[in-house]
Write a protein that binds this ligand. Structure first.
Ligand code: SF4
Length: 493
């Protein structure tokens, strides 16, 4: 009864009701999360962070921070509080926000051309339904390449990255040659800054294709899953030693096109989880200066072999932490070696800049940063979208290359997806302290949870990013002297 009466009598209270504030300031938007029993992390809209004693966020909100508290200048200079309702340096804050979101300035920059589904490997985690080497009917047509290129040049982006994928794209080398030559020719008028990448299993190199890749400054990205037993188990090739072939390919390509033009990516399968140290050491032994500890995407054809490919996300987190610790020790011994995902996050946490990594953006990288022209002329919102399509799920199909640019990029599907691609407005993310470092991934959540928005408490995407970001803050606080020089070196190069 008392409660009901209180509710009926609820009215705005006077300023005096709340007592005198210890400090006279106004709150700016920020979020917070516990770091340990004694500390918490505050993060504002532009990704500025402060590690403070537990309870500080509450004290700030209740205006209980004393005027002479040494934290006050930090809170003001880093835009957590302001002396005036609108901070005097609001323009600086606006510039910082624009800088953090500047990956949006130029719209789609990464254009993936899937040249063929043909492949000479049969990896059990392969995301697409590859076909045998002789099935040329699964190659992209010259006409569809032309149409894709025409769309690409309509992008307002000054920088264009063209990535060739498969299957094994070098099996359709004539198409790759044709596309690169046409793009280079047309670019004499468009004058864009071009980067070419070919994603290859490195087992079909020859003098002709490598000479061409060198002449056109094409970066080579290959797959190396770690030591021989692991790589061969993950990436089998009928009757042949896949590990030896890829190493021969890497060394051959390095000799022909230059050491730094060749990079490698690993995929973490269930088998990989027990070998983070061995995988990292293998990359070191093979002359790489970096590794991307990359979980498997739990959809597409990876689902065909759940025992080998699908695992608990917590296990991946343990794998990552163990691996990162090993990498820190390697750097402490004087060998520069970077974990790429960590470096991406550190750039977001420690600098005012954004990154071009499309899987960790808000608004999401799909369409805004990346689009896929598939071998059959269909256009998808991302690489993962076409993986779903290979399982007959066309949810992220944007159209066909023969459709107009407007209908593909600004059509009904794009508009529908745009409702779910900003973590600022997703339940769970909207009040998450790590929002400005993380991203939104409607494709992942649709594939793993059945809807574009997703459910954060059981989302593998959230578990991974929340776990990794928190771990990085722990390292930067509890092992500051040890890790900070290493982390700074990773983002300064
Ligand atoms: S996915 Fe998780 S970690 Fe990322 S912003 Fe959303 S709630 Fe935070």
């Amino acid at each position: 009864m008392e409660n009901i009466r209180n509710k009926r009598n609820r009215k705005f209270r006077t300023r005096e009701y709340y007592g005198n504030s210890a400090s006279d300031y106004h709150l700016l938007p920020f979020r917070f999360i516990e770091l340990s029993e004694s500390k918490e992390i505050l993060v504002n809209e532009v990704g500025e962070s402060l590690i403070v004693p537990r309870g500080t966020a509450l004290k700030i909100a209740q205006r209980c921070i004393a005027e002479n508290d040494p934290i006050i200048p930090d809170l003001i200079s880093r835009f957590f509080i302001s002396r005036k309702p609108i901070p005097e340096l609001i323009d600086v804050l606006a510039t910082r926000y624009r800088t953090k979101k500047s990956f949006l300035d130029s719209f789609t920059s990464l254009h993936i051309f899937v040249l063929t589904l043909r492949c000479n490997h049969s990896c059990h985690y392969c995301q697409v339904s590859r076909v045998t080497e002789n099935r040329e009917d699964f190659d992209i047509s010259y006409n569809d390449i032309d149409l894709g290129i025409d769309h690409m040049f309509k992008s307002p982006s000054k920088k264009l990255t063209i990535e060739f994928q498969g299957g094994e794209p070098l099996l359709a080398f004539d198409k790759l040659e044709y596309a690169i030559e046409r793009i280079t020719r047309l670019n004499k008028d468009f004058k864009k800054e071009l980067s070419f990448v070919v994603c290859t299993n490195a087992t079909v190199f020859n003098t002709k294709n490598l000479q061409f890749l060198k002449e056109h400054n094409v970066l080579i990205s290959t797959s190396l899953d770690g030591p021989e037993f692991l790589h061969d188990a993950n990436r089998p090739k009928t009757g042949r030693n896949s590990y030896q072939l890829v190493l021969n390919g890497i060394n051959y390509a390095r000799k022909m096109v230059g050491h730094d033009q060749v990079s490698a990516l690993m995929t973490t399968t269930r088998l990989s989880l027990d070998y983070p140290i061995e995988i990292i050491d293998n990359y070191l032994e093979n002359g790489f200066n970096n590794i991307f500890l990359r979980p498997i995407s739990p959809y597409g054809f990876a689902l065909k072999n759940k025992t080998k490919n699908i695992y608990d996300d917590k296990k991946f987190l343990e794998f990552y932490k163990k691996g990162l610790d090993h990498i820190i020790k390697i750097n402490q011994r004087g060998r520069y070696f970077v974990e790429d995902y960590t470096a991406i996050l550190l750039k977001k946490i420690l600098t005012p800049f954004c990154t071009n990594y499309v899987d960790l953006q808000s608004p999401s990288g799909i369409i805004n940063n990346v689009v896929v022209f598939n071998y059959d002329g269909r256009v998808y919102a991302s690489d993962e979208s076409r993986m779903l399509a290979e399982r007959n799920d066309l949810t992220f199909l944007l159209g066909h290359v023969s459709d107009s640019y407007e209908s593909i990029f600004y059509g009904k599907k794009s508009k529908e997806l745009s409702k779910y691609w900003s973590n600022e407005s997703l339940a769970g993310c909207s009040d998450c302290a790590f929002q400005s470092y993380c991203g939104a991934d409607p494709v992942y959540h649709y594939a793993s949870q059945g809807d574009f928005e997703g459910f954060r408490p059981t989302s593998g995407f959230c578990l991974k990013n929340m776990g990794i970001i928190k771990h990085l803050f722990e390292l930067m606080d509890f092992r500051k002297e040890e890790v900070m020089p290493i982390f700074i070196s990773w983002i300064s190069n």
